[in-house]
Design a protein around this ligand. Structure first.
Ligand code: PEP
Ligand code: MN
Length: 345
């Protein structure tokens, strides 16, 4: 329920509405303050209670209108916030119109290789460095990351390049550790509905990049984001990274419709990961361009100096030279759309 107060109404009139809601065990949130106060109630309520409240509160002269969110996601809804949420990451901002590109290897494999790659990616226009320290692998015998040592290496890369770092957190019990190093916490596709983990990252003050579950609907993605928002963390970036379909030619099928649909349904910025969608490096440039053309706020691209010998996801990783080409193409495309990659001229 969204309650719009009359312009310039008295504080006491707002307090009266709040108290009517609290009497029924509902805790309203202030969506907008200032001269146009808007209150939001996210708790589910019976139809009877909604009607009773609409009648009682709607009769108050200071209440201009009462609306309903019209969706099961509420804090994430565009009806809650009309403006796209802008999230500042270092010198770049996701959600303010520019296209922010996050890049790096699937996993941090060694200090030397990671720092070397980070030094190459920064001048190519990467806005955020990615890397996995705790890796969710399908097989327990695959390389599962360097753990805290990987985080330390990423932090060193941040010192050297000045770029913020994003890395995945796998378990709620690791959130505090990962948040000590990372600028952005990544929730992987396999954990999209790990609600304890979502609440744990919701309790931090770090931006969160939430990946769509490989078999999750857009509604389920939004409801997972809601878990983070409901804990008071508004800095959530949604990620489309492909979903499972019957098509074996690609690792996943990039759901490009998710981009405009999410832009319609939510104020949260949208990132596309063409690497995990394609699973094949030769498809990554086209999917990256499609994502920008569809209106994505950001991209995440896997890059490895020696993809053939990568310990994970080498098949989908671009070389730094191929990444440079993609960046040039994306820059031209973004420019044609009145946007930019935010790279220094
Ligand atoms: C990753 O970003 O390296 C990753 C494991 O992604 P996803 O969760 O989308 O598979
Ligand atoms: Mn990967």
């Amino acid at each position: 329920m969204v309650i719009g107060m009359c312009e310039g109404c008295q504080k006491s009139e707002v307090a009266r509405v709040i108290s009517a809601l609290r009497q029924r065990g509902l805790e309203p949130r202030i969506i907008s303050a200032g001269s146009n106060v808007v209150l939001g109630v996210v708790e589910e309520m019976s139809q009877g209670l909604a009607q009773e409240l609409s009648q009682e509160i709607g009769a108050l002269p200071a209440v201009e209108e009462i609306n309903h969110f019209g969706s099961s996601w509420k804090l994430a809804s565009r009806n809650f916030r009309a403006e796209t949420t802008a999230i500042k990451l270092g010198r770049r901002t996701v959600g303010d119109g520019e296209v922010v590109v996050m890049a790096g290897p699937c996993a941090v494999e060694s200090r030397e290789a990671y720092l070397d790659l980070a030094r190459k990616l920064a001048p190519l226009g990467a806005g955020v460095l990615r890397g996995g320290a705790f890796k969710p692998r399908t097989s327990p015998y695959s390389f599962r990351g360097l753990g805290e040592e990987g985080l330390r290496i990423m932090a060193e890369a941040r010192e050297i390049t000045g770029l913020p770092i994003i890395t995945e957190v796998l378990r709620a019990s690791d959130v505090e550790l990962v948040a000590r190093y990372a600028d952005v916490l990544q929730i992987g596709t396999r954990n999209m509905q790990n609600f304890a983990l979502l609440e744990a990252v919701g309790d931090t003050d770090k931006p969160v990049m939430l990946k769509r579950g490989m078999m999750a609907t857009i509604k389920e993605l939004l409801l997972s984001a809601e878990y983070i928002l409901a804990r008071g963390n508004w800095q959530v970036i949604l990620c489309e990274r492909g979903v499972r379909t019957f098509e074996p030619e690609t690792r996943n099928t990039l759901d490009i419709s998710a981009v405009p649909l999410l832009k319609q349904h939510t104020h949260l910025p949208v990132l596309v990961d063409p690497s995990h969608a394609a699973g094949k490096r030769e498809l990554v440039p086209a999917l990256a361009r499609a994502a920008v053309a569809a209106g994505a706020d950001a991209l995440m691209i896997e890059v490895h100096a020696d993809p053939e010998n990568a310990l994970s996801d080498g098949r989908q990783s671009l070389t730094p030279a191929a990444f440079a080409e993609v960046m040039a193409e994306l820059s031209a495309l973004a420019g044609a759309m009145g946007r930019s990659l935010g790279m220094a001229a």
